[in-house]
Design a protein around this ligand. Structure first.
Ligand SMILES: [Zn+2]
Length: 370
C-alpha cells in the first residue's frame, strides 16, 4: 500500500493509492490492512473547486457507510468536486469481531472528540490533525454516515439549522432532524466552516441500508450545488418534496440508572422493568396516548426520566404507572431513534421525543405545552 504513515492515521493520496488499497480485497480485508488506525483519503474531482467530505465508521459497529463508500470507490465512482474521505474507528471495527463495537472500553467515542482544545488524548489529537488538514482549503459540505440500533427510516441530523445546512439535509434525505446538542461531534466542529449533516442509514449489518448510504453518497458527490435544485427561499423544499418532513428533538427518554430492565412483554423476577419490544417500529411515526411502553413492579414510580433540553425531568407529563405496574403514554408522541438494544439504552438512551415542524408533508405540529 502506498501510504505514508503518520503516527495516528493513514493518509492516501489519489485514485491509484486508493485502487491499490482496495485491489482484490473485501471490505474486512481492507480494515485488516488499515491495522487499527483511521484513514484519510483524498481524491481529485472532475472539476476544481471546494472540497467535500464524507466520513464513515466514526462508530466502529456502523458498517453501512463504510461498505457503501468502498463499493462506490470500487465502481470507479466519480465526484464532481475534490473529496476528503475519512474512515474512523478501525480498531473498534476489528478488535472484537468485524464491526464489533461502537467504541472499545479503552477508547473515547470517536464521534465526541472533535474540536476539543487542548487535545489531551491520542484520539483527540488525531481528530485535531484531521480537522487541520480538511479545513486548510475551502470545504463546501460534509456528510457523516451512521447507523441506528433500532428500526428507523433514513434521516439527516441537522446540528445547526441554517438554510444551507437544511438544504444539504433536504438533498440527502426525506427527513431532516434538527438536533442542537451534538457537542464535539465532527459535524458540530464543522459549524461555521461548511454545511454538515449526519446521515443515519437504518440498522447496521443490513444490505438494504448499505444501498441507502450508497445513494446518499452518490447524490452528495454528483450534486452541482449542495442543495436541492428547486430550493425555495427558506431552503426546505427539495426534490423529495412529497412526504418531506422537518422535525426537532425535544426530549430524551432514559431508563433510571438504578432500574434493572430488559426488552420483554412480561416482568421477570430478575428485572424491575420490562420495556415493550417492537416500539422502534414507530420511530418517526406516532405512539398514541394509552400505548403500553412497559411494565414495572406494582406500586413502583415511573422508571424512566424524560429530559428536556435544560435537563428537567418531564416524565409525569408523558407517562403514568397504574396499580398493576403497567406504564402507558398519557399523550401522543413522535419517537425517534428508539433502540432495541439494552446496552445502547444504557450507553445513550432509550429514545427521543421529537416535534414535527411540518414541511411539504403536512402542517406544523403545535408545540408541546411544556
Ligand atoms: Zn453512529
Amino acid at each position: 500500500m502506498t501510504t505514508s504513515k503518520p503516527a495516528l492515521f493513514h493518509r492516501l493520496e489519489g485514485r491509484q493509492a486508493i485502487a491499490d488499497l482496495l485491489a482484490g480485497r473485501t471490505d474486512t480485508d481492507v480494515l485488516e490492512v488499515l491495522d487499527g488506525r483511521p484513514a484519510l483519503l483524498h481524491l481529485e474531482g472532475d472539476e476544481p473547486g471546494p472540497h467535500r467530505l464524507i466520513s464513515v465508521l466514526l462508530h466502529g459497529n456502523e458498517d453501512s457507510g463504510y461498505r457503501a463508500l468502498l463499493d462506490w470507490l470500487r465502481s470507479g465512482g466519480r465526484s464532481l468536486r475534490p473529496l476528503w474521505l475519512f474512515i474512523g474507528n478501525v480498531r473498534a471495527a476489528t478488535q472484537n469481531g468485524w464491526f464489533g463495537d461502537r467504541f472499545l472500553d479503552d477508547q473515547e467515542d470517536f464521534n465526541r472528540v472533535w474540536g476539543i482544545e487542548p487535545a489531551t488524548t491520542r484520539m483527540r489529537i488525531c481528530a485535531a490533525q484531521v480537522l487541520d488538514i480538511i479545513t486548510a482549503q475551502p470545504l463546501e459540505g460534509a456528510i457523516d454516515i451512521h447507523n441506528n440500533t433500532g428500526d428507523n427510516p433514513m434521516y439527516a441530523i441537522i446540528p445547526d439549522p441554517t438554510a444551507a445546512t437544511r438544504s444539504l439535509a433536504a438533498l440527502i434525505s426525506r427527513i431532516g432532524l434538527i438536533w442542537g446538542t451534538q457537542d464535539n461531534t465532527l459535524m458540530q466542529a464543522l459549524e461555521g466552516v461548511c454545511p454538515a449533516v449526519a446521515v443515519e442509514c437504518g440498522r447496521a449489518g443490513v444490505a438494504a441500508h448499505v444501498s441507502w448510504a450508497r445513494r446518499a453518497i452518490e447524490v452528495f458527490m454528483q450534486a452541482e450545488e449542495l442543495r436541492p435544485p428547486d430550493t425555495s427561499g427558506d431552503g426546505w423544499s427539495g426534490p423529495m418534496g412529497e412526504g418531506q418532513r422537518l422535525l426537532e428533538v425535544r426530549f430524551r427518554v432514559e431508563v433510571r440508572r438504578e432500574v434493572a430492565f430488559e426488552f420483554a412483554q412480561e416482568l421477570s423476577e430478575a428485572h424491575d422493568l420490562s420495556i415493550t419490544p417492537g416500539l422502534d417500529a414507530a420511530n418517526f411515526g406516532r405512539l398514541h396516548a394509552g400505548t403500553r411502553v412497559g411494565i414495572t413492579v406494582p406500586g413502583g414510580d415511573i422508571p424512566f426520566v424524560v429530559l428536556d433540553d435544560t435537563g428537567v425531568d418531564c416524565a409525569p407529563a408523558f407517562l403514568q404507572v397504574d396499580g398493576e405496574g403497567s406504564i402507558t403514554l398519557t399523550r401522543d408522541v413522535i419517537p425517534a431513534m428508539m433502540t432495541r438494544s439494552a446496552e445502547q439504552t444504557r450507553r445513550d438512551c432509550l429514545f427521543y421525543i421529537v416535534a414535527d415542524l411540518g414541511g411539504t408533508a403536512g402542517e406544523p405540529e403545535p408545540r408541546l405545552p411544556l
